[in-house]
Design a protein around this ligand. Sequence first.
Ligand code: NAD
Length: 326
Amino acid sequence: MRNSENKKTILVTGSAGFIGFHTAKKLLEDGFNVIGIDSINNYYSQDLKNHRNDILKKYNSYKFYQLDISEEKELEKVFEENNIDKICHLAAQPGVRYSIENPLIYQQSNLKGFINIMECAKKFNIKDFIYASSSSVYGKNEMNEDGFKEEDNVDSPISLYAATKKSNELIAHNYHHLFDINCTGLRFFTAYGPSSRPDMAMYLFTNEIMNNKEVKLFNYGKMLRDFTYVDDIVDGIIKSLEKAYPYEIFNLGNSQTVEVGYLIKLLEENLNKKANIKLEPIQPGDVEKTFANISKAKKMLNYDPKTNIEEGVKKFVEWYKEYYKI
Ligand SMILES: NC(=O)c1ccc[n+]([C@@H]2O[C@H](COP(=O)([O-])OP(=O)(O)OC[C@H]3O[C@@H](n4cnc5c(N)ncnc54)[C@H](O)[C@@H]3O)[C@@H](O)[C@H]2O)c1
């Protein structure tokens, strides 16, 4: 989506976060004005969030507000001060396990914050709204042969995080129905790439390998997961902003499963260091194989993930080495 004439302004919440940063950067490169919002909270390294935000601040068409989206008055000021054309709402408290011990932060950011943003869309008459849902809404669903599908029943979340994401999809439907806001929810499947989130598997494995710690591989390394390179996710986000369907949900995954044992092998090769692997049986409740069915996104968004795991891990490790000056 290029934007040369008639420069449009996109609000990206969570712009100092992993996916928000990459999305904002691509929009800026494509000639958009970007308004970024992020609380830069300390869920993980604030240095990493500031580092990403400093890269964005080099663009003249980037304007940043450090604020918490649960503070509605502060949030409204951003909308008063700027002529926002579209909203890309990515700020949220992520993490499945973290939500067991810290439920209220999910209420604050993912529920109150989400409603605050939707209220602003309504009040300031912004018609196009794209937001992050999550593959975690599929919970312990029995997966079809051809992967999780958008129409699968997702009424049985198994974490508070997933419950808030499913709630976002329902809340968005209400705003679409009552106020005619075009809402698209994107269920991301394990995003990774340069500047990844330090609490996610690929980053954790890399730290363990570099620090000679034990790397535990459940199901003897045979777990199959869908890792999606961040540029492909960003491509899906931008295509959704462009299409602005009235109300849709899309899976954004790579749709190729990768054995976790193979991922470790790739990390070892790229880091040039052996992992200290401990093979363990599958844990009760764990699912052997999960992946996205992306035929809907392919058909309606022309979504077409391009980066395979070999190339993606290489890029992630290059970034990791540069960032930590290894
Ligand atoms: N990374 C993935 O694989 C993945 C998978 C599924 C869904 N998601 C969703 O995608 C979105 C982006 O995820 P990410 O991986 O970039 O996470 P991230 O934590 O790197 O980014 C989220 C950003 O939002 C900010 N934030 C959190 N609460 C806020 C609040 N109340 N006010 C203002 N800013 C706040 C954080 O400081 C952070 O910089 C999230 O909604 C997440 O739930 C991510």
